[in-house]
Design a protein around this ligand. Structure first.
Ligand code: ADP
Ligand code: MG
Length: 400
């Protein structure tokens, strides 16, 4: 990564204004159901505190539509942060985001203390990347730190705009995400294999296109494989297919051939007579899907084929489940990919998982710990895989 990080700053007595991604899932009672994102920000916060800084944290939470909404207050996050960060002499919260109240709260902060501003999306100017809001935020710190990888693909006032008003550097989580995903894309150990799945090809065309120029093999699964199979003239019964994307699928297959990247499609599939866990199901070859049936997972031969590719790889990136893994009878393909990646990691390969549902599947399988890197940003990791520059990263200072 060619950006400055928090290691490049002398923090003694400075106020760090840190954008984190505390956009955690909450249940009906407003309780945090998964605090992974809060934990992921701790190394950066700890480093700043240990090096004599005071820390002002800002984040969005949910989609509060530009006005205060108690449902999306950062209060529960502050409570959890307090438990996770006993070394902070104090973790305070303010109702304010910018303006005199926020400035007064910040002025009271001492080194070793943490202040959390209220949800940045309570201000309608946040998502418009309003320069006035960015300038107001900049008054709350001496140096800006962006550690919110999961939001770095959005140019908001707290993720991009503010970086124009203060010295701006990356936090450790941001650095790690960019090092793993960026490193794999720009300088992979080969063989470099990617596994792409998920519901729709139309969501992932940019990703496939970019990867085709870099990978040795691309393994396709999930609903999107159906459209590739359709493009090869096969009949998919009642499966999810995107007839409008058949031409694109054909172009992608031609491009793979041109680039010398092997594009693999399922050879067998699990089909069901309804979209339901209780449906009847069977395993068939991809050219034998009867009318009235739909493809909901990859089959055992495909699992074997893909697993062998993954185990032989030195770098593996995976985005998108192989089947409707939310329904247990159709989760085997997705679980097998996670297992093969865990084995590849054990053999010294770099293994990376990105994408909200894929990460959930890996966690469900209890295999997250076995991966080299599990990305905290679904959308942001997809944009990196598409070869895009994230605005929140571009705005940071270049390393010398
Ligand atoms: P990610 O969040 O990891 O990027 P996506 O959002 O692209 O993944 O895709 C995940 C969704 O794809 C899941 O909800 C899963 O049920 C669905 N899916 C996977 N395979 C199929 C299939 N054969 N038919 C219909 N939906 C599928
Ligand atoms: Mg998803």
């Amino acid at each position: 990564m060619n950006k400055k990080t928090i290691r490049d700053v002398d923090w003694a007595g400075k106020r760090a204004l840190v954008r984190v991604d505390f956009n955690v899932p909450l249940d009906d009672q407003g309780l945090i159901t998964d605090d992974t994102r809060i934990r992921a920000a701790l190394p950066t916060i700890r480093y700043l505190l240990e090096h004599g800084a005071s820390v002002v944290l800002m984040s969005h939470l949910g989609r509060p539509k530009g006005k205060p909404d108690p449902k999306y207050s950062l209060r529960p996050v502050v409570e959890r942060l307090f438990e996770l960060l006993p070394e902070a002499t104090e973790v305070k919260k303010t109702e304010a985001i910018t303006g005199p109240a926020a400035e007064a709260a910040v002025a009271m902060l001492k080194p070793g203390q943490v202040l959390v501003l209220e949800n940045t999306r309570f201000d309608p100017r946040e998502e418009k990347n309003d320069p006035q809001m960015a300038a107001e935020l900049a008054k709350l710190g001496d140096v800006y730190v962006n550690d919110a990888f999961g939001t770095a693909h959005r140019a908001n006032a707290s993720t991009e705009g503010v970086a124009h008003y203060l010295p701006a550097v990356a936090g450790f989580l941001m650095e790690k995400e960019l090092a793993y995903i960026g490193g794999a894309l720009s300088n992979p150990q080969r063989p470099f294999v990617t596994v792409i799945g998920g519901a729709k090809i139309s969501d992932k065309i940019g990703v496939i296109e970019n990867l085709l120029g870099k990978v040795d093999a691309l393994l396709i699964g999930g609903g999107m494989a159906n459209t590739f199979l359709l493009a090869k003239g096969l009949n998919l019964g009642d499966s999810l297919v995107e007839p409008d994307s058949v031409a694109v699928a054909q172009q992608l297959m031609a491009k793979a051939e041109e680039r010398g990247a092997r594009l693999l499609l399922p050879v067998d599939v699990v089909i069901a007579d309804a979209f339901s866990a209780e449906a009847q199901r069977q395993v068939v070859a991809v050219d034998a899907v009867p009318a009235g049936w739909r493809v909901l997972d990859i089959g055992p031969k495909t699992i074997e084929l893909y697993s062998a590719e993954i185990r032989a790889a030195r770098t593996v990136i995976w985005n998108g489940p192989m089947g409707v893994f939310e329904l247990e009878p159709f989760a085997a393909g997705t679980r097998a990919i996670a297992q093969a990646m865990a084995e590849a990691s054990a053999n010294g390969a770099i293994t990376i998982v990105g994408g909200g549902d894929s990460v959930a599947a890996v966690e469900q399988a209890g295999l997250a710990e076995k991966m080299s890197h599990v990305s905290t940003g679904g959308g942001a990791s997809l944009e990196l895989l598409e070869g895009r520059v994230l605005p929140g990263v571009a705005a940071l200072q270049d390393a010398e």
